[in-house]
Design a binder for this molecule. Structure first.
Ligand SMILES: NC(=O)c1ccc[n+]([C@@H]2O[C@H](COP(=O)([O-])OP(=O)(O)OC[C@H]3O[C@@H](n4cnc5c(N)ncnc54)[C@H](O)[C@@H]3O)[C@@H](O)[C@H]2O)c1
Length: 478
């Protein structure tokens, strides 16, 4: 393989494709260049083509059109929605691309197995975007656990606390609200967590069970008199935590998050945005960086309309689109809480809790060993680790920059891209996340969903064997 920069085709120019990996390529042209795009939404396709100077002949409406061409670049970045990963990935492997594929690798277990096999047979890199592995925080947890400093590992308690507004945006009103159209939430949201547990402990799960369901975001909790869209005069606008204009027009959670940030500049900007948006707008005229906040066009606004800087477009999206709906009147069915109990090899026990009712977004982690306890928090506003020794009660604390300072996923997006480029440059170094390793997290998530829905305990050796058989004769769903 030649040294970087590598050329990439971008398949799916939505939030992850255009706003994360596309922007990363623009910021690192010496490492990666996007030289072709497949995207059916014209505005998105044209925006990417403009930003990356992609000629007309290399702009395609669908992945099928792009992958019918002879191989156009070194790598394919596949960022279509969950149920449209298998088709383009198999086709791109056949064409000889190395691939960065968004998680979950597939929304069906047989397809996930088939992808791993196809990548192994083709001898290509298939890197799944398990971004948490590439954060300083989880790297530090990994190193502490692997160093043996905690002594014999006994038990783990890990939580993914999805903030209530993020839950409402993505899993009640948005793209991941239905298992049949996306994936079960334990797969969509928490295959990352399954991946880090498997990686950090260095052991596979032997048995697991799971409980949970959709408790809050359903019709019986709708307050009487609430309209189907918040903006149509909801009488509960002052009290409902899910009132859509407060999220998408006022950006309350984003401003609140910034106001809690570690860096004083972010804190002041966040407070100003909350207390006096007019003053912020006036200051932004003379302090250009403040414009990013006063004229905010990023996630989640960019998800609800392709014109996120246009107030009229935002209001229209809330009046007529899915993101303006009352959270109690949507067609969602994914869980809002789920607990997984696991027994790892060597008898280590672990629980994982995922839920969508948190005051803040983030993970909390506790690992108890015979010599020391590790406590960690990895959240939007605060990221730290403590190792508490059992013999002398010393406490070592490590603080990490938070997401406001590091960028996407606590620096994981950037770390993932650097690791991907490194594995292209030196194929003798296996990437930190092989497709085979990623499959394990997906097996855990699928098994947890089976246990939740059907009840009982899943024997993971049996489950793995069944999955391998299922993967043999896959006809991709998308
Ligand atoms: N790694 C992470 O932490 C992380 C975070 C968020 C989302 N994701 C995953 O990333 C993937 C993409 O999510 P997103 O939020 O960017 O979704 P998105 O809906 O914003 O983007 C998907 C894009 O694919 C396009 N598309 C549809 N049909 C196509 C076709 N035939 N050919 C080419 N493109 C097509 C859509 O028009 C859309 O623009 C999902 O699988 C999601 O679960 C991963």
């Amino acid at each position: 393989m030649t040294p970087p920069p590598y050329d990439a085709v971008l398949i799916g120019a939505g939030n992850r494709g255009a706003e994360v990996y596309g922007q990363w390529a623009l910021a690192h042209p010496h490492l990666l260049r996007v030289t072709a795009v497949a995207e059916p939404i014209a505005a998105r396709r044209e925006a990417v083509a403009r930003q990356h100077r992609i000629p007309q002949a290399r702009q395609f409406e669908t992945w099928e059109d792009l992958l019918r061409q002879p191989k156009l670049a070194d790598v394919a970045i596949i960022t279509t929605q969950d149920q449209m990963h298998t088709g383009p990935t198999l086709a791109a492997l056949e064409k000889g691309y190395d691939i960065l594929l968004e998680k979950p690798m597939a929304s069906r277990l047989d397809e996930a197995v088939a992808l791993v096999r196809a990548a192994e047979q083709a001898g290509r890199i298939l890197q799944i975007a398990h971004v948490l592995r590439y954060t300083d925080f989880f790297q530090a947890v990994y190193e502490i656990v692997q160093s043996g400093r905690l002594g014999q590992l006994i038990t783990v308690s890990h939580r993914e606390n999805v903030s209530s507004w993020h839950m409402a945006h993505s899993y009640v009103r948005g793209n991941w609200r239905r298992s049949d159209q996306a994936s079960p939430m334990i797969l969509a949201k928490s295959c990352h967590d399954m991946d880090v547990l498997y990686w950090i402990l260095g052991r596979r799960v032997r048995r697991l069970s799971s409980f949970g369901g959709l408790r809050h975001f359903c019709a019986e909790n709708a307050p009487p008199g609430a309209p189907s869209h918040c903006i149509d005069g909801c009488p509960f606008e002052e009290t409902c935590p899910f009132y859509a204009p407060a999220l998408y027009l006022d950006l309350n959670p984003i401003h609140y998050g910034l106001a809690q940030a570690r860096s004083p500049v972010h804190r002041v900007a966040g407070r100003l945005a909350r207390l006096s948006p007019d003053l912020l707008a006036a200051l932004a005229r003379v302090v250009p960086p403040l414009r990013q906040l006063s004229e905010y066009e990023g996630w989640p606004r960019s998800v609800i309309t392709d014109r996120p800087g246009d107030l009229v477009a935002l209001i229209a999206a809330l009046k007529y689109g899915p993101y303006g709906r009352c959270v109690y009147k949507c067609d969602n069915d994914v869980v809002d809480h789920q607990v997984v109990a696991m027994e790892f090899e060597d008898g280590i026990s672990a629980t994982f809790t995922m839920h969508g009712h948190s005051h803040e977004e983030g993970r909390t982690l506790r690992i108890d060993g015979s010599q020391a306890t590790l406590l960690g928090k990895f959240s939007f506003n605060q990221t730290y680790l403590e190792v508490r020794d059992h013999r002398d009660w010393t406490v070592e604390r490590m603080d990490f920059p938070n997401e406001v300072e590091t960028g996407g996923h606590g620096g994981g997006d950037d770390g993932l891209m650097r690791a991907f480029i490194a594995s292209l440059a030196d194929r003798s170094q296996p990437p930190l996340t092989s497709a085979r390793a990623s499959l394990e997290s997906h097996l855990m998530a699928f098994a947890a969903e089976k246990a939740r829905v059907e009840g009982g305990v899943v024997d993971m050796d049996e489950f793995r064997a069944q999955a391998e058989q299922l993967g043999a004769g896959v006809v991709p769903s998308g």
